[in-house]
Design a protein around this ligand. Structure first.
Ligand SMILES: NC(=O)c1ccc[n+]([C@@H]2O[C@H](COP(=O)([O-])OP(=O)(O)OC[C@H]3O[C@@H](n4cnc5c(N)ncnc54)[C@H](O)[C@@H]3O)[C@@H](O)[C@H]2O)c1
Length: 323
């Protein structure tokens, strides 16, 4: 029976992953770890162990792994792309220092590790459409540099020490439970939230900035499917391309207007457009499909409908929308 540690557990992905892992394994077997206690835990998140630790602190991490007899780590703690550009030194320390600590402790304690990479590993010289699994990787941000370096570190630990570390290059993720944490694709969640509140939205990317995206339920399924897969079937140990669908802000506006015809969006691109310019518009995930049967379930319309209904429900529950 697994004992699991999730770092960065309060974040956009962690908060949802913990709930799914706790319903699979039981709350007491899944330890949440983050810089601060969760703001207002609900569901499965409320009932299990929580540790306040900075992943840069190797001794504190080792203590948590030992006390809870952890055998699997989902290492999500990170600074994201936009925040990483504001604080490049901290991004390097947290993203790579934290990963190195996790990999060294995993090696020592024979743990299985999941660590997410990102489409930020691609850069201006990477083919923009159907970006292949193996291609030019010339990241244009410190975040992308830490992700590409991290991928190489994971592959090295697998080859050199036989460590069972697995990774996905997540595209931009859309979810309604926890607000995104400073990424370039956060506009999608912000726009859907504005639409659910019958507010107009000003987008920080250009209308035609098409990027690979994924709805959170598919991202969680992909993560668990990769971790459950037979290790001998995995041909990629730096990080797998995974894709669901691609859209630009103007496509999301059109999808929202099918439900909310009055929704309006204006555009005021900022420095995040430069980050988006270096990323692909679509990625080829055929290796993930071949190796561990990856297939997404949501497209743009299904995601939009589901997001709008959940955001509306959330508002009713929190009382921020009139009856
Ligand atoms: N959300 C996306 O669209 C996306 C896309 C690609 C890759 N990823 C990757 O997935 C992972 C999780 O992303 P997310 O969107 O949930 O991020 P998030 O910003 O929502 O959450 C990150 C969490 O890490 C915590 N954290 C930061 N520094 C820490 C430290 N030093 N010690 C302990 N905890 C620390 C933060 O408090 C936060 O709760 C990251 O590695 C990110 O790069 C996310």
């Amino acid at each position: 029976m697994s004992r699991i540690l999730v770092t960065g557990a309060n974040g956009q992905i962690g908060s949802e992953l913990v709930d799914v892992l706790r319903s699979r394994h039981g709350a007491s077997r899944v330890v949440r770890l983050d810089l601060q206690p969760p703001p207002s835990p609900d569901g499965h998140s409320a009932s299990g162990p929580f540790e306040v630790v900075d992943v840069r602190d190797r001794d504190a991490l080792a203590d948590v792994i030992g006390r809870h007899e952890v055998d699997t780590i989902y290492h999500l703690a990170s600074l994201l792309s936009a925040t990483g550009e504001q604080h490049p030194d901290r991004a390097w320390d947290v993203n790579l220092g934290g990963l190195k600590n996790v990999l060294d402790l995993a090696r020592q304690h024979h743990l299985q590790v999941f660590w997410p990479s990102s489409i930020a590993v691609f850069g201006p010289s990477t083919p923009k459409t159907d970006t292949p699994q193996n291609t030019v990787l010339d990241p244009a941000t410190m975040y992308g540099v830490t992700k590409r370096s991290g991928e190489m570190l994971c592959q090295y630990y697998h080859r050199r020490y036989g460590l069972d570390v697995r990774s996905l290059r997540y595209p931009g993720l859309v979810s309604h439970k926890t607000a995104p944490g400073g990424g370039t694709t956060d506009y999608a969640v912000d726009m859907l939230k504005a639409a659910a509140e019958s507010e107009p939205y000003t987008c920080f990317l250009e209308p035609d900035a098409q990027l690979p995206m994924m709805y959170m339920p598919d991202a969680i399924r992909a993560t668990l499917a990769l971790m459950d897969a037979d290790g001998t079937a995995l041909s990629v140990r730096d990080s797998y391309n995974v894709a669901a669908f691609s859209f630009a802000p103007q496509d999301l506006v059109a999808a929202i207007q099918r439900h909310r015809p009055a929704f309006g969006c204006t555009y005021a691109p900022d420095e995040r457009q430069r980050i988006a310019d270096a990323w692909p518009s679509s990625v080829d995930d055929s290796t993930a499909r071949d190796d561990w049967n990856w297939a997404p379930e949501y497209n743009l319309d299904a995601m939009t409908e589901d997001m709008l209904s959940h955001l509306r429900e959330g508002e009713r529950e929190s009382g921020s929308v009139g009856a």
